[in-house]
Design a protein. Structure first.
Length: 195
């Protein structure tokens, strides 16, 4: 250290004259009453400059004038238009990515088990096609054949029906499920029998 001072200034005991204003003045950013810590800014604005390159950068999740920056795309969006922390477009994109990564059968299996757990019902993890094969692809509500080639959301597509609905104290088990048309299952709703 002293050698460098001697090489630079010609004196090994040279001290650089510096005016220290830390804790004396107010932050130079308009509207901020914080005490100066460095570069003429308070700790908050210096940290923003250090992390984001600007002392006036918006902090993550900060709401200013009813607006918030979407953490995914960086667009300044009114808070009322946000879906959770994300703007509408990013929220839709995230949902589409999730659906693309998780096929419908896998998602349905997860949601069925989750609903049963939340309501405190007994549940088993099984494949819907296993129940459809067991029932011979015949609707347990209208006794008509179910076409295995039709996909959801067609009203005649195969659907998993609970004989006693979870809302009525039923369980999500192989013994309490049956094959049905989507339209028959929807019409039945949370009743034990079709009226």
């Amino acid at each position: 250290m002293h050698y460098q001072r001697w090489r630079t200034h010609g004196d090994p005991l040279y001290v650089t004259p510096r005016t220290k204003v830390v804790g004396v003045g107010k932050c130079s950013i308009d509207g901020c009453s914080g005490v100066v810590q460095a570069r003429g800014w308070c700790t908050r604005h210096w940290t923003r400059w250090h992390r984001h390159g600007s002392p006036t950068a918006r902090a993550r999740g900060e709401v200013v004038d009813g607006r918030k920056v979407c953490p995914r795309c960086g667009v300044d969006t009114p808070v009322v238009e946000l879906r959770g922390p994300y703007c509408r477009e990013c929220s839709n994109r995230r949902a589409a990515e999730w659906k693309r990564k998780n096929p419908r059968d896998r998602v349905t299996k997860y949601l069925d088990a989750r609903r049963a757990r939340v309501l405190g019902a007994e549940f088993e993890v099984f494949d819907r096609v296993e129940i459809f094969e067991r029932d011979g692809w015949v609707c347990g509500i209208c006794d008509e054949p179910v076409d295995r080639g039709i996909a959801w959301p067609d009203p005649m597509s195969p659907s998993l029906d609970r004989v006693v609905p979870i809302a009525r104290g039923g369980s999500h088990t192989r013994a309490n499920t049956q094959c049905s048309h989507l339209t028959c299952n929807t019409a039945k709703g949370a009743r034990e029998e079709v009226a």
